[in-house]
Design a protein. Structure first.
Length: 102
């Protein structure tokens, strides 16, 4: 599992987006290296399979999840991402108490 320390957001215009994607959030590790790309697709766009290449995870989600992923990045800590069984997994790195608030 890699811990996410920074992120960068890109939103693509035009009817087809960019390379089959509507937007992307790049995730970076503590050394400043890219550890993952979370790419978002609108309905009707081609969804690629999640992948792990040269130490970088590429994860694909529907555009409707963009705000939820951004909310996690803004409000939770620690955040981790990993790749297993052909899929990217993204979320809090530890368990958190119920009702803790933001």
């Amino acid at each position: 599992m890699a811990e996410v320390t920074k992120y960068h957001v890109l939103v693509y215009g035009g009817p087809e987006g960019y390379q089959t994607n509507r937007s992307q959030i790049a995730l970076y590790g503590s050394a400043g290296n890219t550890i993952a790309y979370v790419r978002f697709n609108d309905p009707g766009m081609v969804f690629e399979n999640d992948a792990y290449n040269n130490g970088v995870i590429t994860m694909h989600l529907p555009s409707t999840m963009f705000q939820s992923v951004l909310d996690i990045l803004r409000n939770e800590k620690p955040i981790q991402i990993y790749f297993a069984q052909g899929r990217g997994f993204f979320g809090t790195g530890t368990t958190e108490p119920v009702g803790e608030g933001e």
